[in-house]
Design a protein around this ligand. Sequence first.
Ligand code: UN1
Length: 525
Amino acid sequence: MLTPEAYRDTVAETLASLRLSGVNPGACWGPDGWSNTQGQLIASLDPSNASSLASVSGAAGDDYETVLQQAHRSFELWRMVPAPERGALIRRIGDALRQHKDALGTLVTLETGKIKQEGDGEVQEMIDIIDLAVGQARMLYGKTMHSERPNHRMYEQWHPIGVVGVITAFNFPVAVWSWNAFIAAVTGNTVVWKPSPKTPLCAIAVQHICNRVMEKQGYPGIFSLLVEGPGQTELANRLVNDPRIALMSFTGSTAVGRRIGERVASRMGKVLLELSGNNAVIVDDTADLDLATPAIVFGSVGTAGQRCTTTRRLFVHTEIYDELITRLVDAYGQIRIGDPLDPDVLMGPLIDADAKQRFLDAVAELRRLGGDVLCGGAGVDRPGYFVQPTLCTADNGWDLVQRETFGPLLYAVRFDSLETAIAMQNNVKQGLSSSLFTNDLRNAELFLSHNGSDCGIANINIGTSGAEIGGAFGGEKETGGGREAGSDAWQAYMRRQTNTVNWGRDLPLAQGIEFQLPAANPRLR
Ligand code: UN1
């Protein structure tokens, strides 16, 4: 645990090395394009001690229009830059992020309360997606088709779509933006970011890093920023309703995502939604418990249970139920809770007082319903918003279990047959991530088959969280259906155009249609 003086020094050094001040402007439209409008003052709080790290002056007045107009002007320029050259700019941002990894990782820890290992891991995830984006910039492949008509060539190509709006949540304050922003940028788009009001400093620090690289390379605002205070929705609403935003990417709750999806759809815009998860691990009677135990603990306790991929439900075969639960109770007892900058600590605080209250309310509801708390179940009495990692028994059908409580609360349920476990796992409204621990090939294949997990992510012998950026990330049902990061997720940031070129001297029609004009009439030829 840092002494108060060492903590103050760490905060001051971190802010200074990321060019953050006591009060920071909350709108930026590119290199040197910081607003000087006095907006609502937003305090950024460290959830591990509830103290203020620094403040941000929220975007106000003309900031929105300035940002949108600049983003649109920059798009008209940027889309004509060859994609590999766009990749070269992003690669330089990767170099800058490598230099600032330690400081930015610390800032993520200070602002979110996730442990330093995870704060650094988040910056690494930004660097990883940059490596992928740089390569992707040379691989924006379209297909070619064989035309049914002679002397015709048919192919498809991918064009940039425009300005991409990105609204992110507090729990991954930099990585999720970067999945969107760097893929959007190499595909020729510009990006307007509205970060969570709970983590504005991370966004401003990243904007500073991008600004320096854009300036050095002589580019205008490819990346821009609008910060809005807690409880404010004006800027978010304007982005959602603005026809200049060609794609609206949103990470957050299903309730908000549904409204955003409906509104963007009503103006025929594109939307990319990453919403709530209710992820489960299934452990069958052949599983290697030495693998399953730490994976379940990391999945449920990592980031204090505040990942969209957090393991929330655990289905255990009755044959091994007692043994696994004993191991988990033991492991949960060893989790050190406290200062997330302390390398021995494995779990930091929840993000704020409301999150802590929602966690405590969920535990109280569980007890009322007749669930057993096997370990944890209480808040931790110290400054900041700490709770105990909690393992309990529950029924999959309870409303409580059906919804996502964003905290370290894991519901254990027994099963006898894998089919029943898979049915329970799928029997929720969300569909993000899922895992099966097994040594049985047939069980593994069943879980991954059409009859198996209905989630966007389905794993064997690894947990539900901690996905690599190389795959497409996202989920089905009320998780929203969006896919970000690797694989062919880049296509969401582009518009597809099908091209048919006739290089012959005749005009044959498709489907064999004859449409013969009277040859005698020269005016019709
Ligand atoms: C999120 O919680 O919104 O798979 C993203 C994971 C991380 C990303 C989580 N790579 O857990």
